[in-house]
Unconditional design. Sequence first.
Length: 198
Amino acid sequence: MIRLIIQAIRQKLVWIVVCGVVYPVAMTAVAQLAFPDKANGSLVRRDGKLVGSELLAQPFTGERYFWPRPSAATYGTGPSGIAGSSGSNFGPTSAQLQTNVRSNAKALRDASKLPANAPVPADLVYASASGLDPHISPEAALFQVSRVAAARGMPEEKVRALVEQHTEPPQWGFLGEARVNVLLLNLALDEAGPKKTG
């Protein structure tokens, strides 16, 4: 009996070392060698300054920027400064969900000077399941072109062309939908033309 217990303890220690130390170290080394940019969080830098990650949404406000999806997780920037991921968990009959959607749609229509019944892309009024989704649909980006162009004093065609340049196809041509990374689009926008306050 004692021999079996010792054997079990030895096996447990071996597997702890293999699965808890050797495997993670090996995978980290392979990732750092094969694709260090992605292994380190797909960080985006401009002029040597860290401005965000391609993988995480961040809040953009003001009329001169494209807005991301709403976030129930405040884009992962909680009061402690620790990134968190969360959906609202509101069901389709939730009064709070309906209030949030109406409020988001009204803000979008008001900013774009549209009538109260103008259709709004769903991904601009509903939060994603993670609250950290960095992408919006091409339709959601095109919906915002007029507002952004007017706020920046740029031709709408130029802003629309930037949206088209930053539209990513479905992964491997068949997984998911076409999408636009809001951070990368806004950075390209800053590089492309004049900015106005507001």
